[in-house]
Design a protein. Structure first.
Length: 179
């Protein structure tokens, strides 16, 4: 049994968002992988021309952001190992890491993986955001928000207090207003 599995047995496992400082994200991912801990970082694909040929490069959407499915004890262990170079996203006015519910994380992961070429990082809250469910197309069944971004209505998925991403335009017939 690995050290990570021992810790996980004692506490409830949840998703947590972390900010990795000084390029420690890859170190944290390596440690988590060796401990059998699930992790995720949203990526985006960028198309560019290299030596006259079109190529696609994958880069982190937010270079310092990563998500771990673990316990708070495991996060503290990682903080000690990395020299305090990771900071968990916490409840407001607190030092207690705020868990992310599985359903929000599942939708966020699905959307960021599926729309990797068209993702755009946006402000977490827009003044006219409307809660919606997508009823057709690639994101059918996903819930999030509708927001005007660069003149078009876009589907926005967010993890409260952490990040929000916008996909491409969603046709009106595939949008069900929830509020």
């Amino acid at each position: 049994m690995t050290k990570g599995e021992e810790i996980q047995q004692r506490e409830e496992i949840q998703w947590y968002a972390l900010r990795a400082l000084h390029n420690k994200g890859s170190v944290v991912c390596r440690i988590a992988t060796s401990d059998g801990i699930e992790w995720y970082t949203p990526l985006r694909e960028i198309e560019e021309i290299v030596d006259g040929r079109p190529t696609t490069r994958t880069t982190p959407l937010m270079p310092s952001l990563l998500f771990l499915r673990c316990t708070t004890t495991y996060i503290e262990r990682l903080r000690r190992i990395t020299g305090e170079n990771i900071i968990p996203y916490c409840y407001a006015h607190s030092i207690v890491p705020e868990p992310i519910d599985d359903s929000s994380m599942e939708v966020f992961r699905f959307v960021t993986r599926t729309a990797a070429r068209t993702l755009e990082l946006v402000e977490e809250h827009g003044k006219n955001d409307r809660r919606v469910r997508i009823t057709g197309g690639l994101f059918a069944g996903c819930e999030g928000y509708l927001r005007r971004v660069h003149g078009t209505k876009r589907f926005v998925v967010r993890i409260e207090g952490v990040a929000a991403v916008a996909t491409t335009y969603i046709p009106r017939q595939h949008i069900e207003l929830l509020e």
